[in-house]
Design a protein around this ligand. Structure first.
Ligand code: ZN
Length: 95
């Protein structure tokens, strides 16, 4: 799933994802993403499947559109495993 953000293409063929952190209001961006991967991600593939090489913070920025620090402070996780937290946190099942 993708956060509300903007994908812009860089001159070198990579893309940049930019969002506004909903928690602090500052820009939150991840640059130099593979354009093909970004397209797969936008099409609905899980970010951790498409971008396994990114840091957890970067993936969090893509998924939540927020800084990892802000998101972590707002929604403390009790699991280090990032396989499932995205869907749970963002599209909460109300557990
Ligand atoms: Zn923030």
């Amino acid at each position: 799933m993708a956060a509300q953000g903007t994908i812009t293409r860089n001159e070198d063929g990579t893309v940049r994802f930019t969002a506004t952190c909903m928690l602090c209001g500052q820009p939150c961006a991840v640059d130099r993403l593979d354009a093909e991967k970004a397209a797969r991600w936008q099409a609905g593939e899980f970010v951790q499947d498409v971008f396994p090489e990114l840091s957890a913070s970067e993936r969090e920025a893509l998924v939540s559109g927020s800084h990892a620090e802000c998101f972590g402070a707002a929604f403390p996780a009790d699991a280090d495993d990032d396989e499932e937290w995205t869907s749970t946190w963002l599209f909460g099942t109300g557990e």
